[in-house]
Design a protein around this ligand. Structure first.
Ligand SMILES: Cc1cc2nc3c(=O)[nH]c(=O)nc-3n(C[C@H](O)[C@H](O)[C@H](O)COP(=O)(O)O)c2cc1C
Length: 162
């Protein structure tokens, strides 16, 4: 690992919680933020969104996403964030991981937000799509609490990578 690692924070967020968490990680690390945007937005209605997501996850669908990270191979640390969708990552995040080739020495550090189900299978599922997924990912309930900023700071300290 270089002294001054190059850091990317890539995330998908449907209702804003994971976006807020990604923003905190970016503020703390000075990394580059990349929002994963599905080519076709998910329905804004919760019920419609959960049924579509369930179908896509059951079928192993990888929905198209817009844009990609330029020169993804230059990053040493790649934080990848997702909401918990049916106990795994949101499908656009799977597409993102499948489409990017990071440096052989890069580490993927997962994070997620959830509605009570925690990290579930998210981080292990990411391990099937990317090499070197760090085992110490962060799971935050909903939009976090007043302590989330400290929790993020402590987590980054614990990882010992900065
Ligand atoms: C399609 C869908 C499926 C979800 N499935 C789960 C789940 O299985 N377990 C859970 O704890 N929360 C689940 N949730 C709740 C979200 O994980 C939670 O609200 C998360 O913080 C949303 O992140 P976001 O605001 O970045 O989209 C689901 C939400 C949606 C929209």
């Amino acid at each position: 690992m270089r002294n001054n690692p190059k850091i990317l924070i890539a995330y998908y967020s449907w209702s804003g919680n994971t976006r807020a968490l990604a923003g905190r990680i970016a503020a703390r690390t000075g990394g580059d933020l990349f929002e994963i945007i599905p080519a076709r937005a998910y329905p804004s209605n919760y019920q419609a969104c959960t049924s579509q997501a369930k179908r896509e996850i059951q079928d192993g669908l990888r929905p198209d996403i817009t844009g990609s990270v330029p020169h993804a191979e230059r990053y040493d640390l790649v934080f990848v964030g997702t909401p918990n969708w049916w106990s795994t990552m949101a499908p656009p995040v799977a597409t993102f991981l499948q489409r990017h080739t990071f440096s052989p020495g890069a580490t993927v550090i997962p994070f997620c937000t959830h509605g009570g189900g925690g990290r579930a299978r998210i981080f292990s599922d990411m391990g099937h799509l990317a090499p070197h997924v760090h085992s110490g990912g962060l799971a935050v309930y909903g939009s976090g609490s007043g302590d989330t900023e400290q929790e993020v700071a402590d987590w980054l300290d614990r990882l010992g990578i900065l």
